[in-house]
Design a protein around this ligand. Structure first.
Ligand code: HEM
Length: 435
């Protein structure tokens, strides 16, 4: 763990904190829940209430798990730009976890516990592992990736196009990123399925999480060993043979990280964008005329409904004051990408947001997503195939009857039931992108 050091703006420990002394059992006064059905149904109502409390507000992250969350664009950037010097990412700074006050089955524990991956380390350890990941993802041929995505999309769409109705989450947005990642890593399909199914389970539920974690890690280890012996042109081989010389354990954790980080957010971006394309007049009016590109819809969603809504938990190394708010050391502060993007201080000009990439959907700074380009290739190609293959898409139920996935950390839909004119069975498809 990085050694804590004094920092600008720090106050003496526990010096008059309005939320009580910094202790692992402290419950911040006036906190609001950012979990549960009420939050999932209308997160922006809660973000507004939290914003009224201040730029960083006390919250309940999961039942019995307390912390803070940023509520403005400015405060989100402040945290992201001051890590790791002021705010550590390493969850070993989390006092409540260290003292055994985080319930064993808490979703917060699964999503925020220490792991030896780039996501959860600071300083040189982070830089070394992130460098290996960034290089390996940077070597992906995006043209080949687009062709892979189109092929996988068409295989999935072949299964539903003759039916006239489908759930675009279960039949398309869920399986597609998983299958793409399996191919990017060069995983044999049996190991790949274990990895991606387990990751999906960890995002949505905590049932039997110990077993899920064990399954995940042994499948990743099998992939690492395979690639040491038989390297190929794939991300797993590039990681295994990277000059940073990662150990088997480190490779397991980085594969786990990239698969986890790459699949669920991509699923959500595809589903959130498809819903927008189907239902929003600005987009649905010209869904099949090619006037408004899919890229604009992605920008809109990345601003308005970012797939990773609240994450990047950070820990003040010492009690710290930000704009009059005293933040105790060792208490998680989530960065809310969703609250930042919807901050009224930015002005509400969604029409001008097409092509505007100043949103925080991919985070910012040294913690930003290393793969926004790959994410765009995957999601844009996938959505374009849906629009080409399933003309006249319509939602089968009113939007009010759709349900959001549970969870504090990501934003997506559990299902997206649609209808469309059934296509005649056809054996081959062009993988060209027509919009
Ligand atoms: C729509 C798709 C995606 C979105 C919205 C997204 C968003 C994000 C965000 C917000 C973070 C920061 C999380 C944190 O600091 O706690 C992140 C990190 C990361 N993402 Fe993405 N991501 C997407 C797709 C992908 C894909 C396709 C990959 C890989 C192929 C990927 C790999 C990663 C990795 C490895 C990190 C950790 C970086 C680090 O801690 O240094 N992401 N992503």
């Amino acid at each position: 763990m990085t050694t804590p050091h004094p920092m600008p703006g720090a106050l003496p420990p526990n010096g008059g904190c309005p939320h009580g002394p910094a202790s692992s059992t402290t419950v911040p006064a006036g906190h609001l829940a950012i979990h549960g059905p009420e939050f999932s149904a209308n997160p922006h109502a809660i973000y507004n209430q939290l914003r009224a409390l201040g730029p960083i507000a006390p919250c309940e992250i999961a039942p019995g798990v307390y912390g803070y969350v940023t509520t403005t664009y400015r405060s989100a950037l402040y945290l992201l730009r001051n890590t790791p010097e002021v705010f550590a990412k390493d969850p070993r700074h989390w006092l409540a976890l260290r003292d055994g006050h985080v319930p064993a089955d808490s979703p917060a524990r699964e999503m925020m516990q220490p792991r030896q991956s780039a996501l959860w380390l600071d300083g040189e350890d982070h830089g070394r592992l992130r460098g290996a990941i960034t290089d390996s993802l940077g070597w992906v041929d995006t043209h080949a990736l687009a062709a892979t995505v189109a092929r996988i999309a068409d295989q999935l769409l072949d299964r539903i196009s003759t039916r006239g109705r489908a759930d675009l989450v279960a039949h398309f947005a869920d399986p597609l990123p998983m299958q793409v990642l399996i191919e990017m890593f060069g995983c044999p399909s049996d190991l790949g399925q274990v990895i991606v199914n387990s990751v999906a389970k960890l995002f949505d539920t905590t049932q039997d999480s110990a077993r899920t974690n064990a399954d995940l890690e042994s499948a990743c280890l099998a992939v690492a060993r395979l690639k040491r012996d038989q390297p190929a042109a794939d991300v797993a081989s590039w990681l295994v043979h990277h000059p940073a010389r990662l150990s088997d354990d480190e490779i397991v954790q980085q594969i786990l990280l990239v698969v986890g980080a790459g699949t669920v957010p991509s699923t959500n971006l595809i589903a959130n964008s498809l819903l927008l394309l189907i239902t929003d007049d600005q987009y649905s009016g010209d869904l099949h005329t090619g006037v408004r590109p899919v890229a604009d819809a992605l920008d809109h969603v990345l601003w308005e409904d970012p797939p990773v809504s609240n994450y990047c938990p950070l820990y003040a190394r010492y009690q710290h004051t930000y704009e009059g708010i005293r933040l105790p050391a060792g208490v998680p502060i989530l960065v809310s990408f969703a609250a930042a993007n919807s901050d009224p201080a930015l002005g509400k000009h969604s029409q001008r947001r097409a092509g505007n990439r100043a949103h925080l959907a991919f985070s910012a700074g040294i913690r930003s997503c290393p793969a926004p380009g790959l994410a765009r290739v995957i999601t844009e190609t996938a959505i374009e195939r849906v629009l080409d293959r399933l003309p006249d898409l319509a939602l089968e139920v009113p939007v009010s009857r759709l349900t959001r996935r549970p969870g504090t950390f990501h934003s997506g839909w559990t299902n997206l039931p649609v209808t469309f004119p059934a296509a005649a069975p056809s054996a081959t498809h062009s993988y060209g992108v027509s919009r």
